[in-house]
Ligand binder design. Sequence first.
Ligand code: FES
Ligand SMILES: [Fe+2]
Length: 434
Amino acid sequence: MMAPDQSLKKHVADLIKPDRVHRDIYTDPDIFDLEMDTLFSRAWMYVGHVSQIPNKGDYITTRLGPQDVIIMRDNDGEVNIFHNRCPHRGPHLCGNSRGNTKRIVCPYHAWSFTLKGKFFGMPFPEEYPQECLKSEFDLTRVEDVESYRGFIFARLKPGGVDLMTYLGEARSGFDDIIDRSPEGEIEIIPGAIGHRYRANWKMMFENLNDILHPMGAHASAATAINSVSNPAKLHPVTKSLVGSSKMMPVLPKLQSRITRYGHSYATGLISVINQEIPKGDHYHALAKAYGAVRAEEILKTDRHLMLIYPSSNVNGAQCTIRVVRPLSVNETEVWGYAFRLKGAPEEVTRNSVFYCNIATSGFSPVVADDLEIYERAQQVHERGMTDWVNVARGYRQEADEGRNAPPPATSEEYIRNQYRVWLEFLTGDAPCQA
Ligand code: FES
Ligand SMILES: [Fe+2]
């Protein structure tokens, strides 16, 4: 990837207005490359959970911005991240999504590396000039790796604020999952489910906190669910995924929470509809561990679809995380993972897996609706049928009231906030400062 020229950065600055964004940000491959070189290389990106690599030699492979990487636990128990690339002629070192090994061995000519990424050996070393056998054969290490309560984050280019500052209030999305475990511990359930869509990655970030869209986009699914002979027998996760027009009057009473670095979530539904917490096995397990008051407080925590910009989406109540991987300007992959809460009844795990499947797989009654909308919009932008995309809902109100009060969840302020951060990363010389 060539270094972006300054004229492109200047052009990008013209594409973001306070209440609208230009279609080029969804369609221009040069802007996608700039996103990879700036936002996705300089922001803290969620890459995995420590429970995926509990033992020495365990590894997983994933994507960190434009780089394929290996996340490896070494013999000292430390977590290291390396570029998944052989320093000899460049192929991937690890083709598996996870595994355990004593050494990393390239499948091409069998150069080998320690679990700390140090060059270890090669066939016929005597045939190399002596000056070659140096640290340049070590794996390329990602230096900035931090974790929050077991959730591992990394950024390719060092510099900027630390992870705690970057996450800010969004840390509570991860607390929300862990707090629901009566033992205060969670583990990822092996395996993942995903899908790929033919549209720009930003459309998903614009959509997930859009609490109005279920009324339109998911109307057919809602109609189907409401017309079954005994809706009471539907799985509660299925019912919760589909908005209903009956919700419309309460939506303005919900709030949006947004943070300095583009994260956001909607909140307030449980208190607005005065929802009772079921006093089942999960409640009793939490009450035994933490007391009745705290158990109720935990189960009433209400952070809907926490967006961790620009990498992922945490769902505390459903104990799942979705990871967004942009593949090109008009192709995006989404992977869902479910967590097991240690000490919680098996039903909680089953619900997490069910939610993960239904919110991330192609057979979901709602995912297909969203993907259809993304792809239709992408086609309109690619054909140049529109110039500007409007993101003004709630804009006048914020101008009047200032940005100190939380905006209503019906506002598109969370999208405008994403684009302020996006612009800062893409055009700033020193983005991501406190
Ligand atoms: S390409 Fe890896 S050892 Fe040759
Ligand atoms: Fe949706």
